[in-house]
Design a protein around this ligand. Structure first.
Ligand SMILES: NC(=O)c1ccc[n+]([C@@H]2O[C@H](COP(=O)([O-])OP(=O)(O)OC[C@H]3O[C@@H](n4cnc5c(N)ncnc54)[C@H](O)[C@@H]3O)[C@@H](O)[C@H]2O)c1
Ligand SMILES: O=P(O)(O)OC[C@H](O)CO
Length: 332
């Protein structure tokens, strides 16, 4: 029997732990707060992050990372991208030496501009063949409800990707394998920034033509960055690229889109943060690191730059829209 440790009990950590358990994998979830671990263990529900979703009996929770990680075949990293390094520093000595390390986080580290798989390799010294990422159109609430969804598991070692695929394949969750870790990670981190832009546009009252234009031109700039950093462009035309962009940019369930919407309605960054109820909208921080990464490769990302100006340079959304439309014309 495959054993998975899911390190992080937020919305996606919990929903993905449920997928693993539904697929027949033994799951131990780690929660940062002892009271949340106890509540999940006693009630089979994560009342803070996924209220109303009943978790399978074979899913257990603990506050002790040593207990969670013991004998794990798959270690699922389900914490925000900006805390992953610190978390791994405290967990690395407890991680079984041959476990596959699977990242769920969608971001680029602020200080180093590293993707999550690079952070994992740097901190744990694990060979990259042991490091996998999972990314796709996977809004936690829908997945927890058992609504059909597909995803991508990318790992340089195809045998490990297939083992993870088996561990999380259910009647409603369909994972595809891939070896393009870079493409999946760039797609996942950048779509959050583009979803902020879509939320901002809808917040100021703009309609579907605008949203479709942002998604399409967003995909163009994400693909430029992906190709520059070594991704296969076809990955970005797949579930981890266009698939996740469409889900995140159009769904009211997306925290990034909702956050952008609140800014577009005239709220401050602090207001939008309060409305997120402590949940992470990764694009707010990743717009800075994605912009810096793009600059370091000489890649033009006008939408990402606009999101950065609104989030961190106090530009009004309508001024950002005007600035984008005022750029010189070019071919598609
Ligand atoms: N929610 C989704 O629908 C979804 C889907 C796919 C991917 N993701 C990605 O998965 C990652 C995790 O997202 P989530 O939705 O579970 O986030 P969340 O905000 O719902 O939960 C984050 C979890 O991390 C914990 N946490 C926060 N700060 C921490 C710290 N310093 N140390 C340890 N734990 C800390 C919180 O207690 C919480 O359990 C993000 O990168 C997100 O982009 C989310
Ligand atoms: O709620 P968001 O904006 O963090 O997006 C959730 C997922 O990444 C969608 O695939």
């Amino acid at each position: 029997m495959t054993k998975a440790a899911v390190m992080g009990s937020g919305s996606w950590g919990t929903a993905f732990a449920k997928v693993l358990a539904d697929a027949g994998t033994d799951v131990m979830m780690w929660a940062r707060r002892p009271e949340l671990a106890q509540c999940i263990e006693q009630t089979n529900e994560n009342k803070d992050y996924l209220p109303g979703s009943i978790l399978p009996e074979r899913l257990h929770a603990t506050h002790d990372p040593e207990v969670a990680l013991a004998n794990a075949d798959i270690v699922v990293l389900a914490v925000p991208s900006q805390t992953l390094r610190g978390n791994l520093e405290s967990w690395k000595s407890m991680i079984p030496p041959d476990a596959t390390l699977l990242s769920l986080a969608k971001g680029v580290e602020s200080e180093t501009l590293l993707r999550m798989s690079q952070v994992i390799a740097q901190v744990t010294k694990a060979d990259p063949s042991r490091i996998a990422v999972l990314s796709g159109p996977n809004l936690a609430r829908e997945v927890a409800e058992g609504q059909p969804a597909a995803t991508v598991i990318a790992c340089p070692d195809s045998a490990r990707a297939i083992a993870v695929q088996k561990a999380c394949h259910t009647g409603y969750f369909r994972p595809y394998t891939n070896t393009d870790v870079i493409g999946c990670e760039i797609g996942g981190a950048c779509k959050n920034v583009i979803a902020l832009a879509c939320g901002m546009a809808s917040g100021v009252g703009l309609g579907d033509n605008t949203i479709a234009s942002i998604i399409t031109r967003g995909l163009a700039e994400v693909t430029r960055l992906g190709v520059a950093t070594g991704a296969n462009p076809s990955t970005l035309a797949g579930l981890a690229g266009v698939g996740d962009l469409v889900a995140t940019c159009t769904s009211p369930l997306s925290r990034n889109r909702s956050f952008g919407h609140a800014l577009g309605r005239g709220g401050s960054l602090a207001d939008a943060q309060r409305a997120a109820h402590g949940q992470v909208a990764e694009g707010v921080k990743s717009c800075t690191s994605v912009r810096a990464l793009a600059n370091s490769y000489g890649v033009d990302m006008p939408l990402t730059n606009a999101v950065h100006r609104v989030c961190h340079e106090d530009q009004a959304v309508l001024d950002a829209v005007q600035q984008l439309l005022g750029r010189s014309t070019k071919s598609e």
